[in-house]
Ligand binder design. Structure first.
Ligand code: MN
Length: 131
């Protein structure tokens, strides 16, 4: 079965690139354009990984991560924050909000897949055991 990755991203170009790279190696990509849709989709679809843009309309990525960690149906899912802020403290802020990992934009197409694969857990294993 194809592993499902949820991408929460409001920027068309970034979403296109990430989707292309993921589908190229066989992932099934589902996408949400804002945090609220992303949270609902995560709870409903139980993806193997969530790629979470931090700069989102209405609700930012930190808030999305925090809310996902309160949901029984989503709190086990690894979340990788993707941010272009690249400021000191962002990484810590993302991890504090409940993210599993952190990645800076622009996405490096050569290393992206290897980077995200390290966050995908073997089936049946909970992220909570790793944190
Ligand atoms: Mn954005």
């Amino acid at each position: 079965m194809k592993e499902k990755v949820l991408v929460i991203e409001d920027n068309d170009q970034n979403l296109y690139l990430v989707t292309f790279l993921l589908e190229e190696v066989g992932f099934n990509v589902i996408a949400a354009r804002n945090g609220q849709d992303g949270i609902e989709m995560a709870c409903r679809e139980n993806p193997a990984l969530i790629l979470l843009d931090i700069q989102l309309p209405m609700m930012n990525g930190y808030e999305v991560a925090y809310q996902l960690r309160q949901k029984d149906s989503a709190k086990h899912i690894p979340i990788v924050a993707v941010t272009s802020y690249a400021m000191v403290g962002d990484r810590e802020k993302a991890l504090q909000a409940g993210c599993t990992g952190y990645m800076e934009k622009p996405i490096n197409a050569d290393t992206f897949i290897d980077e995200i694969k390290q966050y995908i857990l073997p089936e049946g294993q909970s992220a909570a055991h790793q944190i």
